[in-house]
Design a protein around this ligand. Sequence first.
Ligand code: ZN
Ligand code: ZN
Ligand code: FE
Length: 761
Amino acid sequence: MVRFGVTISGVVQGVGFRPFLYREAVQNRLSGFVRNTGSGVYAEIEGDALSCEVFFFELETNAPPLSRITQIRREELPVQGGDSFSILASEGGGKTALISPDIGICEDCKRELLDPKDRRYLYPFINCTNCGPRFTIIEDIPYDRQNTSMAGFKQCETCQREYDDPANRRFHAQPNACPACGPELRFLLNGTEQPGDPIERFTEAIRAGMIVAVKGLGGYHLACDAENETAVSLLRVRKERYEKPFAVMARDLAAISSLCEVSPEEEALLTSRQKPIVLLKKRKVTALAPSVAPGNDRLGVMLPYTPLHCLLLEPFAALVMTSGNISDRPMIYRDEDAGDGFAGLSDAILTHNRPIVRRVDDSVCVVSLGEPRFLRRARGWAPEPLPIFGNDRVILAVGAQQKNTFALAKGNHVFVSGHIGDLDDPETESGFVSEIGSFERLLDAEPDCVACDLHPDYLSTKFAQSLGIPAISIQHHHAHFASVLAEHAVREPSAGFIWDGTGDGGDGTVWGGETLCGTIAGSKRTGHILPFRLLGGEAAVREPWRAALAVCDLALGRARALQLPLFIPRAREAALLLSAADAGLNAVPTTSMGRLFDAVAAIAGIRQTTAYEGQAAIELEQAADRSEPGNYSFSPVWEGGMRVYDWRPVVRAAVSDAENGIPAGRISMRFHRALAALMAAAAEEIRHETGCNRVALSGGCFQNELLVELGVSALQRRGFTVLINHLVPCNDGGISYGQAAAAAALLGERSTQCALQSREE
Ligand code: ZN
Ligand code: ZN
Ligand code: FE
């Protein structure tokens, strides 16, 4: 006989881990116990040596599907005797247990939900150990019912029996509930609760063309019939969001296929347990209201991910499900904000009485080169940890200003928050501060240093500097670069093309078309595109014609530029902006690739002003005529040890093509090919000088699928290993992870240097 103490860390709470261990122990005739602790699961097993080995084998190879074991530690203990195995109450203590993300409804629960004989038939809050709310209901750890927003619901006898029975698939399912004892729905019209079945009231309201605010898992959505043009365009007006596509929730895969083309990889992502929004290629002819995604050949679609959503979608092929807010404000998630918040936005509210502890937005993914990538990482993934190496500290990384996320690094894990949003909004900013506090509590982690952007005006930077702990500034593009290297655990020097809209270069200019060489700890800027001026500062971001004017001024000369048909309707403003820039007023020099995309989009006649971020570049990409074989060419020049990529030949060629009536699609393709050629040539040069064969691509520009495809294939053809982001977005949502990885590497190097120094002394 032998006895072992077993400590298991990782995502092992709320995922059916203890019943699994219980079953294995009983099957192998082992005695002992198991319990949740603040740091994971602890078990003691006793029996003959072979049975114990079988137990360990099953533990290593057969753990429950939702669990993620990061470590198993065993120690031999004195034999105690005993003839049963039991599940003991949780024990507090150190809080290092990993919190499970929210999990989309499982097939078993879905079957019960639609089974008239089941006691949870049509019950919108059905869940089990394998599915249901987690992160959105957790207030504290260990993950036990009294530490969740289910604490206020006392289980009925039947539910309690399921909860206590290790053989039941609801054993210790913390949000376990049924119609007799659990949360319930309410349907409000003008603030008054309506009689009858709330789901039926919802169906009637949607059929009548109404907009209904729906309290879901991580917040409220605004829903309307995706096939009702009047309703969808009304929603646009009310939400003050006129062009940015709305996401759609579709009943099932068949409904999605009637709207979009779906590849096997996309199908796998749609039906995964995270059930994210997936950007798909829209079919030419669909029943969809045109206002859902105007001027866009992509559509963001998701499947119902909670039982409530399954019920709402039963009568409809597709509903618009956009986050419940005005324009770019954060999604409403507290009930007390809903009443006023939805006044004038929605006609009715479908709500329930299970509190949402934290806002969690829908994740947005895209399949690119056969693999999923994030545009937004939130529901289903947050707060699952990402890898980092060589870190022995607690580092808070506060991220960027736009698409903010923050990250808390503790040991070999980085916990990246869900999407926080644009910190310009005061409510988003306060959400940012409170969620950081919440992460520190849940992970029992008090940061000993903070990593932030170099930009002094980012609210995240100001927050970091107010903390009174050592702050490490990580340059924006280096953070993008480090995010890719950290994901792929690359320690060796690499080259990187980091292309985005804006980032503080630390030299008084705005960077964005950068070539970097280095490691996670630090990189050197070895190249960039030729600088031009952001005419009128930030306004240039919303008005692509300004970027076009700045580049045409340099490429063609002032007189010729001002005579281009593009600028004639704005002749006075154009002349004024240029003379202001000459006088050094409100015209920061930039090497922004995002703005170069804007300029080409404007020159090609695609659009002169935008209604949402990135719109011009998105439309330029979608316009591209892939059959066009030609390409423009950048001309590289050496300047002060730096490779500068001169885009003036590109601009001249694009202007002349536009003047000659060449369609925008061909201009777009020629431009994209020029960028792929630039990457290939620049990478060759770096390889020639340094022998480096690895290229990392990151920054918001690489959300562009065509750019990724062309760039990756051009580089791979030349034998380069190409690394792109798969675990975090390549946009600024990935900055916090990159900051954390860079800060950890930097501190690691410093401490090695210190150690070496003290040895020399
Ligand atoms: Zn389930
Ligand atoms: Zn019950
Ligand atoms: Fe960026």
